[in-house]
Design a protein around this ligand. Structure first.
Ligand code: DLL
Length: 443
């Protein structure tokens, strides 16, 4: 297996040197926040970190657990610029993501941030075996969303040609893909699946599609969906994780061994906590990912609550990278469905629906509807049988629906109603897929 790095020395740094680097960068980051005299400094002071002298006294990364968390709500309340640790005139770009209320969250970048971020993205490409000789079709949205420009600048940093398609215009995507000969595809996994359906329908000569690899993220996706994308596009598919508040895509990524996502640990310090008690968990325990930025210029954040559920492992990866790995994200704490006391994530439902034996009968799309019946919360899973199955009549469709319902019960322990709908009815997504429709009556 060919292993590539963008910055080998840094990516394979000895663990003890990494810890020293992280501690130095943490202290530098805290100093930067103090110097900015803003919202975040006030939070730190309130939590007991009163002066630069207190920062100097920190001599172990473990002490991070004494620092306060930062949440989306903090970022919304500091809207638009209160969270920055550099003057607004030093910024060269902003991005935004949706907040918890009407106001978005603004992420700001200086020239230094863009340079660092581009380098992190170039690491992602190299880890997937992509080189500057590849041609990237970038179907992540360009604009306030970090996907489009994050991938774009990373590709330029590597020296790879990029086709800046953005999302949508599917017909044009297929034309460019064939005419320019894209070898790698960047988009959400749900859009990759949609593109594969369109290729199968509309491209007569498959030899014109030169795709070899894809880097997909921005939403949870199961290994079953990975297999489906890989077989229908005939490519090798990699996961990438990130979030606007921290930098955008490039926080964590898969290498060719695809055994968890390496966190760019020289830039981001991860912790896993119990989201209910806030207690820090050990490696191997599942909980909420919390990230402290160690090398951000405009917008460092301390212990940011991502709400994403995963676990960490420090077992060394065969690729030689020393960076800790996190499991594929299971879901978000706010997407977790609780039915009869059982916790269910959409990704678990997906892992049943997208098993190869079911994908012979149903399309790889679904929507989970949560509703109330007799004061109880219930789950209805809308599936789309393939046209030939749907047309074969109700009894055929029902027997498949029953089997799926049974398998879901076996895996997650709750009974779900399965509703088959006519072909083409479930919305195909071009960005992040909507997996849950919550129509429960709020009491
Ligand atoms: O989604 C950044 C991104 C762009 C990542 C392109 C990967 C590729 P936001 O819009 O701020 O940023 O959304 C961040 O998306 O907290 C997760 O809940 C979810 N997410 C991102 N990547 C993954 C992934 C971008 N690989 C939120 N698996 C995060 C599961 C993901 N969830």
């Amino acid at each position: 297996m060919q292993i590539r790095y963008f910055e080998k020395k840094q990516e394979t740094i000895a663990v003890s040197d990494l810890k020293t680097l992280q501690l130095n960068r943490l202290k530098k980051t805290l100093g930067q926040i103090f110097a900015a005299e803003g919202f975040l400094k006030n939070k730190l002071v309130k939590s007991g970190l009163k002066s630069i002298k207190d920062i100097e006294k920190i001599d172990s990364l473990d002490e991070i657990k004494n620092l306060p968390f930062t949440s989306k709500i903090d970022l919304v309340s500091a809207y638009p610029f209160g969270i920055f640790s550099r003057p607004v005139k030093n910024l060269i770009r902003i991005h935004a993501s949706s907040g918890t209320t009407g106001k978005p969250i603004i992420a700001g970048y200086t020239k230094t941030d863009i340079k660092i971020w581009s380098g992190l993205m170039a690491r992602v490409f190299c880890a997937a075996g992509i080189s500057k000789n590849d041609i990237g079709q970038n179907a992540y949205g360009y604009g306030l969303f970090t996907g489009g420009l994050g991938f774009h600048y990373g590709a330029e940093e590597l020296g790879m040609m990029i086709i800046p398609m953005s999302t949508g215009f599917t017909e044009r995507q297929l034309t460019m893909m064939q005419d320019i000969g894209a070898t790698v595809l960047f988009c959400t996994p749900s859009y990759a699946l949609f593109l594969s359906e369109e290729i199968n329908k509309n491209v007569k000569d498959r030899s014109k599609i030169k795709l070899k690899k894809g880097i997909f993220g921005a939403e949870p996706w199961s290994d079953e969906l990975r297999k489906k994308i890989e077989s229908s596009l005939n490519i090798d598919a990699y996961d990438i994780y990130g979030l606007s508040e921290i930098i955008g895509p490039g926080v964590a990524f898969e290498c060719v061994y695809k055994d968890g996502l390496h966190i760019n640990e020289d830039n981001f310090l991860p912790e896993i906590i119990n989201p209910k008690t806030n207690e820090v968990l050990k490696d191997g325990e599942t909980g909420e990912l919390v990230i402290t930025s160690l090398n951000r210029d405009a917008m460092p954040l301390i212990r940011f609550r991502t709400k994403d559920i995963t676990k960490l492992t420090r077992v060394k990866c065969q690729c030689g990278r020393t960076f800790v790995r996190m499991d594929k994200i299971k879901g978000r704490t706010d997407d977790m469905i609780i039915l009869k006391g059982v916790n269910v994530f959409p990704s678990q439902i997906e892992s049943v629906l997208f098993r190869p034996e079911y994908l012979e009968y149903i399309e790889p799309v679904y929507l989970i509807e949560l509703y109330t019946e007799n004061l109880l919360d219930k789950m209805n899973i809308i599936i789309e049988p393939k046209a030939e199955i749907f047309n074969a009549g109700e009894s055929r469709v029902n027997s498949i629906a029953n089997e799926i319902s049974h398998k879901i019960y076996e895996l997650v322990g709750v009974r779900a109603k399965i509703t088959p709908v006519p072909p083409g009815t479930v919305e195909r997504s071009q960005g992040k897929a909507k997996r849950i429709n919550d129509i429960r009556k709020k009491i």
